[in-house]
Design a protein around this ligand. Structure first.
Ligand code: FPP
Length: 266
């Protein structure tokens, strides 16, 4: 069941001032403002060590905490991670319940540290299907870190890009919007990541090269970066490689490269 989104919709935050002084070539920022990550490869990482898959997910949480700080240190303002997809319910029930309990353990183990590190936590996804305990833990984490400004960590949990489009459309219908009132800007403002700019850089670890129903709407013009590195091993060196690849990209958003100026008389 798709839960309607009832909370007030904030506009994308104006944080341009925090970009002043950020490295850029002309008006092209070299540091992505928003990075999205599909954290794939936990299971294989564990199997390579003859350990249960759960062990890989546990290491994945530690890798995530390290990654949030590493991205923040490099000037990234928003990090959105795919922690549990709408499709992950199809996994064996013990893995699903293991992931649910892992999140609770992760909140109690790391929330104080993340809050102290200046991380603002937001959860995006359909909360209607998760337990009351988990919902309360999310609410607590969001409330505790609400005023932090160093980096926003958006955890996509029970999230799917198609779900996100449908829930925004349902909101439009519930509000009785006329067809001519519905446009891209309205939908963007009613999607789960309405508080953030669209991701500039979309990373997937673990060697697969697909988007897997993550941020289908928001990643329309994201630069894609795929790496064989399994998520628990994703550290500073891999983050630097992704950021360097991003800095080389020529983002045109459907336009064309500006023509080189031909000097007169040539
Ligand atoms: C994909 O690896 C990973 C997941 C489905 C879960 C990712 C979750 C975490 C890293 C924990 C997040 C926790 C919090 C608190 C946000 P996989 O299992 O598909 O790996 P495989 O492709 O090697 O089998």
């Amino acid at each position: 069941m798709i839960a309607p989104v009832n909370r007030p919709v904030p506009a994308v935050e104006e944080t341009e001032t925090s970009r002043q002084g950020a490295p850029a070539i002309g008006d092209r920022p070299l540091v992505p403002r928003h990075v999205a990550v599909v954290m794939d490869g936990n299971g294989r990482w564990a199997r390579q060590r003859f350990m249960p898959r759960f062990f890989g997910h546990k290491q994945g949480v530690d890798a995530l905490v390290r990654a949030v700080n590493a991205f923040a240190d490099r000037g990234v303002e928003y990090l959105t991670v795919f922690a549990f997809s709408s499709e992950n319910w199809k996994r064996p029930s013990e893995e699903v319940s293991g992931l649910m309990s892992l999140v609770l353990v992760a909140v109690s183990k790391y929330l104080t540290k993340l809050a102290g590190d200046g991380v603002r936590i937001r959860i995006v996804g359909d909360r209607s299907a998760v337990s009351d305990k988990l919902r309360q833990a999310w609410e607590h984490a969001e409330a505790l870190t609400e005023n932090n400004t160093r980096i926003t960590l958006a955890v996509a949990f029970n999230y799917g890009g198609r779900w996100d489009v449908v829930q925004a459309c349902r909101t439009a219908m519930a509000q009785g919007l006329r067809p001519d009132e519905l446009d891209e800007s309205w939908l963007s403002r009613h999607m789960a990541l309405s508080f953030a700019p669209d991701p500039d850089l979309f990373i997937r670890t673990g060697g697969e090269m697909r988007i897997s129903n993550f941020l289908l709407w928001q990643a329309a013009y994201s630069e894609l970066f795929f790496t064989e590195c399994l998520w628990p091993d994703f550290g500073a060196a891999e983050i630097d490689a992704a950021m360097e690849a991003y800095a080389q990209r020529d983002r045109r958003y459907g336009s064309i490269r500006p023509q080189a100026v031909v000097p007169e008389g040539t």
